[in-house]
Design a protein. Sequence first.
Length: 214
Amino acid sequence: MSIKVALADKQALTKVGLRSFIKEKKDLALYDDIDSMDDLRKILHQEHPQVLLVDYNLSNFISINDLKEVFKISPETKILVISSDNDNASIFEALEPGINGFVTKECSQQEIVAAIYATAKGEKFFCNKVLELILDKHLQKDDQDKFLPTELSRREIEVVQLTASGLNARQIAEKLSLSHHTVYTHRKNVMKKLALGSVSELTLYAVKSGLINA
């Protein structure tokens, strides 16, 4: 079965390049007739793509708030941001909605394709630049001890591991035989303990502390 990939990028050269090497993959079905948020809503409602490959930082196109709407329209769609944006604040803003991955337009064809496949499986995928930004943010707090997994309870560690592996609260609850409310409570407590602001940062914590493999 083909993986449905919706491509939302208004930059002509980038779009042509992405379209070209995505179509080389026989198991990727591309939907790239997206020139506005209305077009994207239509694709989401009709096709429910597994992956949305999107540049969120183009004027009069798709905003951060629009990305939040994607989760409501098509919860099964995973978001992979591809951007030429090098502004740290803007990158962190994009991570807040809980996107699955972030790559830059400087990445190789192989890395972008790998990111698409990883995102389709619900895995997290961040290019080296974004990983460095997130790690640097924590290192600047002079509180590296917070990465020690021993600060968390056994159950909290399990929730962190499963969250970082790409499972949502419902899936985690089923796997651990817990209620949704209990999973949310554990995750909220972990985020508070570690002073983390997003699931993306939680994933980086899991990698840094060795709870999951990078």
